[in-house]
Write a protein that binds this ligand. Sequence first.
Ligand code: RNT
Ligand code: ZN
Length: 426
Amino acid sequence: FRLEESVMTDRIEAAWNLAKERYGEEGVDAEAAIETLASVSLSLHCWQGDDVRGFEGAGDLTDGGIAATGNHPGRARNADELRSDLDAAFTLIPGTHRLSLHAIYAEPPSPVARDELLPEHFARWIGWAVDRDLGLDFNPSFFAHPKASDGFTLSHPDPGVRRFWIAHGRACREIGAAMGRATGSPCVTNVWIPDGHKDTPADRTGPRERLLQSLDEVFSQELDARENLDSVESKLFGIGSEAYVVGSHEFYLGYAIRRGILYCLDTGHFHPTESVADKISSVLLHLDRILLHVSRGVRWDSDHVVTLSDDPISLAGEIVHGGVLDRVHLGLDYFDASINRVAAWIIGARNLQKALLMALLTPAHTLREHERSGNLTARLAMMEGTKTLPFGAVWDYHCEREGVPQDNAWLPLVEAYEREVLEARR
Ligand code: RNT
Ligand code: ZN
């Protein structure tokens, strides 16, 4: 999958020069904006490439309260195919990024139980990432497994089942640390469990007490923060856990603060009218770092591909204008099997980058001055006025400079990849 040498066309350059001047009039340094954008890494989620199946060959995804729907051809069936698809996607996303892996993507020589996974079972992924200068993030997989089929893992009433999942969590933290060591960049190891009840529980406390205890055991081993960073992800409801989720927002926010670990905010895991953007400034008063799973819910936690809608734009605004870009790990989390999966990665990643660029090109300083001085009319007028500034010209220039095709120009390459590679996977 190779790109033609990209040539900066006169048109793109002329548009950029005009745009730069226009932003300058607003007190915004467009050059600085694209330099900052170029330095931001996103963590691409491997699971978009194969509909969250992994390579264990067992287990039903919906046992974990999540589901990928659609029948587009070309799902990656093994790690080599997944890596090839990821290579294609990374080539068409400007910048240097990270890959987030799940434990079910291990490549052991013969089947290994999840509580016995070792760093060596990820040796090929690690080698591949090191070759490409990609950071790695990791996730224990507490779903799609016979021991999760009744909907409970770390909070299971049976101590034997809990022990199994605790051992899995512990094994995964060591794998995360090995990934961090090998890549020279801390691996964020994120715990998400599906535990919950479909219908009204009789006991809301018991499972939460058990989860607390299990997590304490998972996290009891001290690991070097330069290698592994722990994170916990909350949820409001899932398929089969509509009435009660053990690991709720309050549960995990409290737990993360108590332990000083990361908290993962998944943008699909809240009431649809709740703003995740609004949570960032609060949560970061109490935590050093957070992880984001940027997703798009349509009516529910549907994990649609991220579009350039108001939600990611305000999310990016909070991060950029709050000055917390270095404290927020930007991960993607969606899985759409109804469209080309490589395109799904590219569309979502580029959209999050565009949202960040919009934030970087906003005259935030002036807006805040208007607010401080009580000129709320000017604040609103300027916020609206900013929306039609020549953002697209800056984005096009950024893509060209980073050596990747413009929007709408990368698609033919992915279509060719689909014809030549994906369609052969039957
Ligand atoms: C599920 C969570 C979780 C998963 C991935 C596969 O609702 O969002 O992050 O999507 O770990
Ligand atoms: Zn998530």
